[in-house]
Design a protein around this ligand. Structure first.
Ligand code: UDP
Length: 263
């Protein structure tokens, strides 16, 4: 069985990453049920940078492909699925999904734990979310700069806080493998990596204005705000060319050492 099979919703698998064929509304409903039934779900919001990283690194592919739910966070993913002949309903941006879940949590008194970013950022993000969603109970927060030796203590702290939602805002390279390793022990109904979202919630970085998002240019806004991202973003045109070249071959699971991994 390949990762992607056996999920209670349809998926479109791009280079081995099984994206859920659900729009934002259905995604939120699905995860609301996860909280209600207390069934742990590891959620990955995957973008083209992550898919490219997964093609280079089978361990990273495994960390994201074995998630319970992978949502298409990025216009590039929606475009690629259409090119491959298996369209996805819409982009489900991680930042928006986080807020949609918090909105539901606001009316249902859910507990939320924030893990990641610098200490002052995590603290400001917690304070801002508490103000914006007074019905949400902030069950705890902790910065994302800790070593592997601290993992057990961090997992214990989160288990004791018993959140309904756990948002992890460490770098992409760290947050997904960390959740893949510890998700089962954490046992939180919704566990989701949210990248740089705490920096936006804390007011340290700005989200791209709607016009940029509509035009699929969120990446450009982020680049203008944080030019150090240029190295990471260099893979975006490589991804686009690969999708154009591969056509429906993009839907195949990449074989270890096989041609599909060639970039
Ligand atoms: N971050 C963290 N621990 C780390 C590395 C990064 O908590 O070891 C936080 C960082 O402070 C920021 C977020 O993760 O709030 C996203 O970081 P970055 O933009 O470098 O990563 P990306 O999401 O682009 O991979």
């Amino acid at each position: 069985m390949e990762p992607g099979d056996g999920r209670p919703f349809e998926t479109v698998t791009l280079y081995g990453v099984p994206f859920a064929k659900m729009d934002m509304r259905r995604t939120v409903e699905y995860l609301t049920r996860a909280v209600e039934t207390r069934r742990p779900h590891r959620v990955v919001t995957a973008n083209p940078i992550m898919v490219m990283a997964a093609l280079r690194d089978p361990a990273f592919l495994w960390a994201i492909a074995t998630a319970d739910l992978v949502v298409p966070d990025g216009t590039g993913i929606v475009w690629a699925a259409r090119r491959a002949g298996q369209p996805l309903p819409e982009r489900v941006a991680g930042y928006d999904l986080m807020h949609e879940l918090l909105k539901v949590g606001d009316s249902r008194g859910w507990r939320v734990y924030l893990l990641g970013a610098a200490q002052d950022v995590a603290e400001a993000a917690a304070a801002n979310l508490a103000r914006r969603y007074p019905g949400v109970h902030i069950a705890g927060w902790r910065n994302g700069y800790f070593s592997d030796e601290d993992d057990d203590a961090v997992v214990e702290e989160i288990r004791r806080a018993a959140p309904d939602l756990l948002f992890v805002a460490r770098s992409l390279a760290k947050q997904e493998p960390w959740l893949a390793r510890h998700g089962e022990r954490l046992g939180v109904p919704v566990m989701m990596g949210v990248g740089g979202s705490f920096d936006v919630v804390a007011g340290k970085l700005k989200r791209a204005p709607a016009a940029f998002r509509r035009l699929g240019l969120e990446w450009l806004f982020r680049l203008l705000q944080e030019p150090r991202r240029i190295g990471r973003m260099a893979v975006l045109p490589v991804f686009a060319l690969k999708v154009l070249r591969d056509g429906e071959k993009a839907l195949r699971y990449p074989k270890p050492g096989g041609d599909d991994r060639q970039l």
